[in-house]
Design a protein around this ligand. Structure first.
Ligand SMILES: N[C@@H](CCC(=O)N[C@@H](CS)C(=O)NCC(=O)O)C(=O)O
Length: 223
């Protein structure tokens, strides 16, 4: 049996979506973020020492790290679905995007989230202008240029093909949904990048994506 340890508003939404695409039976154990810190509850550390979401257990084996989970489940249960044929160019791109999502796209998005929160955090009034100044500098000098570079890169890649790995929808598109949704929610992704927006509309229209939302519960992307 596949069990998904699902934290609300989190990357585990992608795992539910993959399982819906593969039409596999699974059960969900729900966890709620602390409303103040947004961190996962401590119980999740009983499943995996880092206590991050997603974590999946499959017949006694514990899997963590969303890219690794998607790759493992696709390999084990996909029967050729959602992954390009081994040895093809699409397979090389598939592996690249599976890693890129968390390894390269998420870090600047996470920095943006952290600095946005810093600006809103409670602090003595005299500290606020200092905090805002530091945040503005970090965003202007590093975060915004990085975000633009990544978004331009993804936009250019999708100009030549419908899906990240090639002509067919794969688990790499599922993995890429989180950074692209986060970029739309908080990093200025909009209609000025029509290929990325078109891709997002296509993935969000998939019946399995909608079913995963129904099973996972309310999903308001916060990163
Ligand atoms: N790179 C990891 C990131 C895992 C991660 O940071 N998950 C977030 C949810 S989106 C989390 O568990 N946050 C709550 C916490 O850190 O306590 C992955 O892709 O699985």
């Amino acid at each position: 049996m596949i069990t998904v340890h699902h934290l609300n508003n989190s990357r585990s939404q992608r795992v539910l979506w993959l399982l819906e695409e593969l039409e596999l039976p699974y059960e969900i154990v729900h966890y709620q973020r602390d409303p103040k810190t947004m961190l996962a509850p401590r119980e999740l550390r009983q499943v995996h020492p880092l206590g991050k979401s997603p974590v999946v257990t499959v017949d006694g084996l514990t899997l963590a790290e969303s890219g690794a989970i998607l790759e493992t489940l696709t390999e084990r249960y996909g029967q050729g679905r959602l992954a390009p044929p081994a040895g093809s160019d699409a397979a090389v791109r598939y592996r690249y995007w599976l890693h890129y999502a968390e390894g390269s796209a998420m870090p600047p998005l996470l920095l943006k989230l952290v600095f946005d929160q810093l600006e809103k955090a409670k602090m003595p009034f005299f500290a606020r202008p200092i905090a805002r100044g530091i945040s503005a500098k970090a965003k202007a000098a590093f975060i915004q240029p990085q975000l633009s570079q990544h978004l331009n890169f993804m936009e250019a890649e999708l100009a030549g093909r419908d899906w990240f790995a090639g002509d067919a929808f794969t688990a790499a598109d599922i993995q890429m949904s989180f950074p692209v949704e986060a970029a739309k929610a908080r990093a200025g992704l909009n209609e000025r990048r029509p290929h990325l927006m078109g891709w997002l509309a296509r993935v969000q229209a998939r019946p399995a994506y909608r079913r995963a939302l129904e099973r996972g519960g309310p999903y308001q992307l916060i990163g």
